[in-house]
Ligand binder design. Structure first.
Ligand code: FEO
Length: 387
């Protein structure tokens, strides 16, 4: 099996998931990787594992380098199962290994997932572990994006094993940022941040300060490619992503039954265009909510529309709003719109969810009975342009 040395004696031994297109609901249009790293030193160390179905692949790659039974430490930077799913298989192959995890939440999480039968070493921020020629220092990054998260720094090699941070869902047989299309990688890094880390901007800023203080030759995340030629670029991107100052941008999101909500969405988009905003426009029949979040991250305005269907908003819109609320966007202004024949409950429902998601409402909900007239559409455009 193919393993790549990311530094002398340090191997990338994880797995490429070429065909996955949904990562718990986040569309992974370019597939994914679950990276794990093997350090050959006096103490043989595996950093993270992979998703359970790829356990044999991981162990096969390790076995081509050393007997897995010789592994002394398995560093678990993060309990989530895309990184720990293969832990039982690894521990079967390496029964003497000690699992190194964060205290207290990594330890608690791993025991809840896999039981108490392994040897654990729970570490705190700043703790170090000697491997022989090299050492590892642990940096706590709680809530990026689970309570247990940590990252691991090897000062002798100047490598940061960053787990989810700086990751991208991007299937490739290449292991470095300078071997792939940088625009694609950055697009996936943005989508990853927007869908996974958006609620945790404050924690991301704190973690960035620590990361920026490290002497770095390589950032080795657990998803996608390693950063070696574009470290300042990805750090600058993360600062930009974590900065919650919105841009002059408007995201218009809707579903429509007979084009009335769609016509209203068009008028709103025209209004924002006149206002000078960059407009991003999404019909929920055609666009996935996880793709839309990449544009929601930095937008100032968000307009959400739904016709009334069976006294409710459409399920597509409800799904979008539930997802939006969970990602807790900061500093957004917004409005609700929609069409109806009778009842018209959907528009107030959309408005209410926007409010509960922390969006500042900038105009009364726009309600269209059956079909908008040209005069109504013009009036909507004018209202939006004057916001
Ligand atoms: Fe890649 Fe939070 O797991």
């Amino acid at each position: 099996m193919n393993q790549v040395q990311i530094a002398e004696g340090i191997y990338s031994v994880g797995a490429v998931d070429w065909t996955v297109r949904s990562f718990h609901g986040y569309t992974t249009n370019r597939g994914a990787t679950y990276n794990a790293y093997l350090i050959i030193d006096e103490k043989i160390t595996l950093i993270d594992t992979v998703k359970a179905p790829f356990a044999d692949e991981l162990i096969g790659r390790i076995s081509d380098i050393i007997d897995p039974a010789k592994i002394d430490y398995v560093i678990s930077n993060h309990v989530e199962m895309d990184h720990s799913g293969a832990l039982p298989a690894v521990m079967k192959a390496a029964p003497n290994a000690v699992i190194v995890t964060s205290a207290p939440n990594g330890l608690k999480g791993l025991k809840a997932h896999y039981g108490d039968q392994y040897q654990f070493l729970a570490v705190k921020a700043g703790d170090t572990l000697s491997l022989g020629k090299r050492s590892l220092t642990f940096v706590a990054t709680p809530m990026l994006h689970w309570p247990d998260n940590m990252v691991t720094y090897c000062p002798e090699e100047k490598i940061l094993f960053s787990n989810d941070a700086f990751g991208q869902h991007y299937a490739t047989n290449k292991r470095f940022d300078d071997e792939v299309d940088l625009a694609e990688t950055m697009q996936e890094a943005l989508k990853y941040y927007a869908n996974i880390l958006m609620p945790y901007g404050a924690q991301a800023k704190k973690a960035l300060e620590i990361v920026k203080s490290l002497d770095l030759k390589l950032i080795a995340p657990s998803h996608g490619v390693c950063w070696r030629s574009h470290i300042p670029d990805i750090l600058a991107k993360y600062e930009y992503f974590a900065d919650e100052t919105p841009e002059d941008k408007a995201v218009v999101v809707y579903d429509s039954m007979w084009h009335s909500t769609e016509k209203t969405a068009h008028a709103i988009a025209e209004g924002f265009t006149r206002k000078g905003c960059t407009v991003k426009y999404f019909d929920l029949k055609e666009c996935h909510i996880s793709d839309i979040m990449s544009d929601v991250l930095k937008t100032k305005y968000i307009a959400v529309g739904s016709p009334t269907l069976n006294n409710n908003m459409m399920p597509t819109v409800s799904s979008f709003l539930t997802y939006l609320k969970g990602l807790a966007p900061k500093g957004k202004k917004g409005l609700a719109f929609g069409s109806y024949g009778w009842g018209g409950q959907s528009i107030a429902q959309v408005n209410d969810v926007l409010v509960s998601a922390g969006v500042e409402i900038v105009t009364d909900p726009i309600r269209i009975n059956y079909i908008p007239t040209p005069a109504q559409l013009q009036s909507i455009e004018d209202t939006i342009a004057q916001l």
